[in-house]
Every structure is written in structure tokens, then in C-alpha cells.
Design a protein around this ligand. Structure first.
Ligand SMILES: *Cc1c(COP(=O)(O)O)cnc(C)c1O
Length: 397
């Protein structure tokens, strides 16, 4: 049980698995460097802890989506380069400089605000420009890139450190997806060439997310921005196949386990229908276990309809009824082999069986990213390493 909580529901964060994933991915992408993407509280794993572990395992830097996420890292004492993947709002420019974050820029107002903040604080700031090559979400329009790059390079306080773009379908296996990734990379090379002809040479060029880093060697460039793979999940079967080819015999290790304990067991007759809606009749007289974890903790409400299971006693057991906000009910069958206090694994491994975030995603019609980032704020994260006897509670929230 985690310190400061009496409820037995915790998310275990396996720091050794994370380090092993960093090492494997570094080997796959070398000589490109690896930047660990720790936005959204490190995909639900707790950001400062994951960030420190990733740097220790050889990540060249960190990336976050928001200035606030960068500040959280600095306030936790995390050093190393921190790239902010979206352009800071002008009001945040001062904080970017103060906390030594590396901003992404893609607009003239964004650039001007940052330059003013850097000048006020008399602190030089290296920036990365982002160009839109086909994702069409954020990024400077290609025909404005040169102008923006010149304004950065000519500025007294800003330095043009990097140029990057983002791939839209690097996880795809269709011929059309592979073609579009190639088109995006060709456009990116063209933009670099235009800057180069103007005497502008950003030292760090990057395009790849996890899918690009693993499945598209040409996208690795100077560094890769790896998120989901660090946490032991892959964006698609196509990427899993590419990893098997790039690193035969090696595998990523899932980092997060969601575990709880049985708090009640009752014996019910065949046909009884536990939980809201009385959705499912028990097929036989059965032992039904109650587990104190629910959709407010990130167990999707749709998991019941998708045939969701949990692990108790090393065996898969189906949900006996609807997922509620704080609790689930589990059909443990007629044997009576489950007792109050037994460990329940919702995500992770028990007795050789494993349930992955990808499995939940498939059962509920979403992606593993949403499952991991959806683990509730009220679930304590507990770091575990090789020596499982000394888990410690992670700070924050
Ligand atoms: C989230 C994000 C990444 C990481 O993506 P993964 O698929 O998790 O590896 C990389 N780059 C940008 C711009 C992102 O927003």
C-alpha cells in the first residue's frame, strides 16, 4: 500500500523497465539521439520520476507539450534540455526563459514575445522552429518558414537551434501511409535546403515520434522524440513488426501496472446480476469479488461491454457487471479460490498472464495512449525497481 493512502489501488511504475526501453530504443536509432517525451505526466506514469530515470538511462533530453509541464520538471530539480512541443503563449514567454526551457516557435507573435522576454532577462534562448509538412495541426506554413528563421537568427537574444516537423501516419502499414511519410520527409529536406541556401543551418533536425523512430529509419535524422515506446507500448502492429526486424529477439517492457486487492467476496446464485443496470446474469453459482477501482481511476466504463478481464490468482476472470466510478465486480467462478486481500492485476502481469493497455484499447475502441494517460489522478504512482522491497510513493497530485 502506498504511503498516505488507505485504498489498495496503486499504479506501479517499473523504473528498470523504463531504463531498459530507453537502452533498447537508443540502440535502434543510433547514431540519432533519443529525447524522452514526458508530456501528460509522462503518459500517466508521473513526470519528474520518469524524466529523471530516462536521462539517467541515456536520453539526450526531454520533451513536454506545455510550459507548465516544463516548469514542473525544473521545480522537481530535473536538469537537461527540455523541449516544449507547442509554441508558448506570449504570456508564458517569461517563464520559458526563467526555467531554461527550449521553446518551439511557429509564429511571429510567438517569436516576438520570446525575444522580448529573453532581452528583459538578458538571457540567450535557443529555439526550435516547427514546420508543417502535412500533419496540419500546428507549425509554420512552409512559405513563411524562411522569414521566421531569419527573424530568429537575426535576433540578439534568440538562436536557431533546431528545425522539426511531425509525421501524421508513421504508424501506418498501408502503401499510401508509407508514401505520405516519404512525402513529409522530402518536404522537410527541401525546407532545410532553403534555409541552408540562406546561410541558416539549424544544428538539430528532427521528425520522428515512436513510430517514425522504429519503422522509418530515414526519419531519425539528429534525434527522435519517443513517447509511447518508452512506456512499453507500440502505436500499431506495423511498428511492432518493424521493431522485431530492427532488434531481433528484443522486446519493450511495459512500465505501468495497475493493481488493487479484493475487498469483498460473496457467493451468488446462477442468474444473479451484479452492479448497475443488472447487465449480466451469472452463468453458474459463482463467487463474485469486489475490487476498489473504477472509471474515476481510468478503468474504462466500456471495458465491461468489451469483455474486460482482470487477473486474480494468476487467472483471467471476467467482469461480472458494469464498471462503476469507484469499484468493479469480478466473476471468480464456482471454485471459491478467491479471498479478501488477494492481489488483483488490472494492467500488468500475474502468474505468467498479462493484460496490456493495448488489450484494453482494443476492447474499448481506443488507443493505448488514451488508456495510459487516463489512469486517474487519484491513483498513487509507486516506483518499483529491481528491489521491490523498497517502493516509494511518487510526488505530486
Ligand atoms: C506526443 C508527441 C510525440 C511522441 O509521440 P509517440 O507516438 O508517443 O512517440 C512526438 N512528437 C510530438 C510533436 C508529439 O506531440
Amino acid at each position: 500500500m502506498a504511503e498516505g493512502t488507505t485504498r489498495p489501488t496503486v499504479a506501479l511504475v517499473d523504473v528498470d523497465a523504463l531504463a531498459a526501453n530507453v537502452a533498447l530504443l537508443r540502440q535502434v536509432v543510433a547514431p540519432a539521439q533519443l529525447v524522452a517525451v514526458v508530456k501528460a505526466d509522462a503518459y500517466g506514469h508521473r513526470s519528474p520520476l520518469v524524466a529523471a530515470a530516462a536521462l539517467e538511462a541515456g536520453a539526450a533530453g526531454l520533451a513536454v507539450a506545455l510550459v507548465e509541464e516544463g516548469i514542473e520538471l525544473r521545480e522537481a530539480g530535473v536538469g537537461g534540455p527540455v523541449l516544449v512541443l507547442t509554441e508558448p503563449p506570449p504570456e508564458a514567454a517569461e517563464a520559458v526563459v526563467e526555467h531554461d526551457l527550449t521553446p518551439t516557435l511557429y509564429s511571429e507573435p510567438g517569436r516576438a514575445a520570446l525575444e522580448a522576454a529573453a532581452a528583459r532577462r538578458r538571457a540567450p534562448v535557443g529555439v526550435h522552429l516547427k514546420v508543417d509538412t502535412g500533419m496540419h495541426r500546428v507549425g509554420v506554413e512552409p512559405d513563411r518558414l524562411l522569414e521566421l528563421a531569419r527573424a530568429v537568427a537575426d535576433s540578439e537574444w534568440l538562436g536557431l537551434e533546431g528545425l522539426w516537423t511531425h509525421l501524421a501516419v508513421a504508424d501506418g502499414s498501408a502503401e499510401e501511409d508509407r508514401r505520405f511519410t516519404a512525402v513529409q520527409l522530402a518536404r522537410f529536406a527541401e525546407h532545410l535546403g532553403i534555409l541552408q541556401s540562406a546561410g541558416l543551418r539549424p544544428a538539430v533536425r528532427h521528425a520522428a515520434n515512436s513510430a517514425g523512430a522504429i519503422a522509418h529509419p530515414a526519419s531519425r535524422l539528429d534525434l527522435v522524440r519517443v513517447g509511447i515506446a518508452l512506456y512499453g507500448e507500440l502505436p500499431s502492429p506495423a511498428v511492432a513488426e518493424a521493431l522485431a526486424l530492427a532488434a531481433p529477439g528484443a522486446a519493450l517492457r511495459p512500465v505501468l501496472s495497475l493493481v488493487s486487492k479484493v475487498v469483498a467476496v460473496r457467493h451468488l446464485g446462477a442468474g444473479e446480476r451484479p452492479s448497475y443496470g443488472r447487465l449480466r446474469p451469472l452463468p453458474t453459482p459463482s463467487w463474485v469479488a469486489t475490487v476498489p477501482v473504477g472509471y474515476a481511476d481510468g478503468v474504462p466504463h466500456r471495458l465491461f461491454g468489451g469483455g474486460g478481464e482482470v487477473l486474480i490468482g494468476g487467472r483471467r476472470r471476467p467482469l461480472a457487471g458494469a464498471v462503476t466510478m469507484d469499484q468493479i465486480v469480478v466473476d471468480c467462478g464456482p471454485e471459491g479460490d478467491v479471498a479478501v486481500g488477494d492481489e488483483v492485476v488490472l494492467l500488468g502481469e500475474q502468474g505468467g498472464e498479462r493484460i496490456s493497455a493495448q488489450e484494453w484499447a482494443q476492447r474499448t475502441g481506443t488507443i493505448a495512449y488514451e488508456i495510459l494517460t487516463g489512469i486517474g489522478a487519484r491513483v498513487p504512482r509507486v516506483a518499483v525497481a529491481r528491489d521491490r522491497s523498497h517502493p516509494h510513493r511518487l510526488g505530486g497530485r
